[in-house]
Design a protein around this ligand. Structure first.
Ligand SMILES: C[C@@](CO)(OP(=O)(O)O)[C@H](O)COP(=O)(O)OP(=O)(O)OC[C@H]1O[C@@H](n2ccc(N)nc2=O)[C@H](O)[C@@H]1O
Ligand SMILES: Nc1ncnc2c1ncn2[C@@H]1O[C@H](COP(=O)(O)OP(=O)(O)O)[C@@H](O)[C@H]1O
Length: 277
C-alpha cells in the first residue's frame, strides 16, 4: 500500500525567454534534464491528508495548506486521506523546481495509493514546472511549460550542482528582466551526441534570467567562477536561480570537483550527480 518516490531536481540546461503573454507570464524555450537525486516522499493510507516534513531543508518550509504537496493532494482527492512524509533534500526557491517536483511526485504517489488514473490535466495550475516534473525526463519545454517535447539527442551528463544558500523569488527575477524577446533555442542535433558535443552545443545556448538573478544575488557570479575553476567545461545558472550547475567530462571529474568546492566553501550546498533519464 505504501509507496515511495524521488522528486528529482530539475535543471534548466538552457532557458531562453522568447516573449511575454498578456497575463504577464513569460514564454520560454528551455532544455530541461533531471538529476539522479531529489526530495524523498512516502505515501501511506490515512483518514485525513497530513504532511510531515524532515530533512536538511525542511525547517522553515510550511507543512500547511500552502505547501505544494498538500495543494496537489487536495486537488486530486475526492475525499481520500494520506499520510505524506517529505524528506526535503533540495534547497527551496533555488531554480531547481523542488516544490514542483514534490507536487508532481504527490500526484503520482496519491494516484497510486488511491488507485486513480495518472491523468492530471490541472497540473499546470499548480506551477509552471509541474507538467515537466511529472515526466522527469530530458525534454524541451516551450510556452510557459505547457508545450513539452522529448529530446533523445543528449547523453547522460556528469554534473555538480551548487547553491550558496541564497533563495531568489522567481517573480522578482522575471520582473527585472530587461529584454523579454530573445532568440529561441538554436537548431537541435537529431542524433545522440557525445558528452563533449553535447556540452559544446549547450554552451551555445543561454539562460536569459542569469543577469537579472545576479543583479539580485551577486554571489551567483562567485558560484559560476568557482565551478569554472573546478574544471567544469560549462557553468550556468538553472531556472530563475540561484543554483548553478557545472558539466564535467566524467562522473569522477564531477565528484572530485564537488569535494574540492565543498572544502573551499563549507557553507555551500554541493552535490555531484548525473543528469539524464
Ligand atoms: C523559471 C522556471 C523555469 O523552469 O523555473 P524555477 O526557477 O521556478 O525553478 C519555471 O518556469 C517557473 O516555474 P514555477 O516555479 O512552477 O512557476 P510558477 O509558480 O507557475 O510562477 C511563479 C511566478 O513566476 C513568474 N513566471 C513564471 C513562469 C513563467 N513562464 N513566466 C513567469 O513570469 C510569474 O510571475 C509567476 O507568478
Ligand atoms: N514542497 C515544497 N517544496 C519547496 N517549496 C515549496 C513547497 N511547497 C511550497 N513551496 C513554496 O514554493 C516556492 C518555490 O519553491 P521551489 O519549487 O523550491 O522553487 P524553484 O522552482 O525556484 O526551485 C517557495 O517560495 C516555497 O515556499
Amino acid at each position: 500500500m505504501h509507496n515511495k518516490r524521488i522528486a528529482r531536481a530539475k535543471i534548466n540546461l538552457s532557458l531562453h525567454v522568447v516573449g511575454q503573454r498578456e497575463d504577464g507570464y513569460h514564454l520560454l524555450d528551455s532544455i530541461v534534464a533531471f538529476a539522479d537525486f531529489g526530495d524523498e516522499l512516502t505515501f501511506a493510507p490515512a483518514e485525513k491528508l497530513d504532511l510531515r516534513i524532515s530533512g536538511p531543508f525542511g525547517s522553515g518550509l510550511s507543512d500547511g495548506k500552502d505547501n505544494l504537496i498538500l495543494r496537489a493532494a487536495q486537488r486530486l482527492s475526492t475525499g481520500q486521506g494520506a499520510q505524506i512524509d517529505l524528506l526535503k533534500n533540495l534547497p527551496v526557491a533555488s531554480g531547481i523546481g523542488g516544490g514542483s517536483a514534490d507536487a508532481a511526485a504527490t500526484l503520482l504517489g496519491c494516484a497510486e495509493l488511491w488507485r486513480m488514473p495518472n491523468s492530471f490535466d490541472f497540473a499546470l495550475d499548480l506551477g509552471a514546472d509541474v507538467p515537466i516534473c511529472l515526466r522527469s525526463q530530458t525534454l524541451r519545454m516551450q510556452g510557459i511549460g505547457d508545450v513539452i517535447s522529448p529530446l533523445w539527442c543528449l547523453p547522460a551528463l556528469p554534473m555538480v550542482l551548487v547553491n550558496s544558500g541564497d533563495a531568489v523569488s522567481t517573480p522578482e527575477v522575471f520582473s527585472r528582466l530587461r529584454s523579454k524577446e530573445n532568440a529561441p533555442l538554436g537548431k537541435m542535433p537529431n542524433a545522440e551526441m557525445t558528452i563533449g558535443a553535447a556540452v559544446a552545443w549547450i554552451a551555445q545556448q543561454r539562460n536569459d534570467l542569469e543577469q537579472a538573478a545576479t543583479d539580485i544575488v551577486p554571489r551567483i557570479a562567485d558560484v559560476l567562477a568557482t565551478l569554472h575553476g573546478s574544471g567544469a567545461e560549462l557553468a550556468r545558472m538553472s531556472g530563475s536561480g540561484a543554483s548553478c550547475f557545472g558539466l564535467y567530462p566524467s562522473i569522477d571529474a564531477a565528484e572530485m570537483a564537488a569535494m574540492e568546492i565543498s572544502k573551499r566553501q563549507p557553507n555551500w550546498w554541493v552535490r555531484a550527480g548525473v543528469l539524464g533519464d
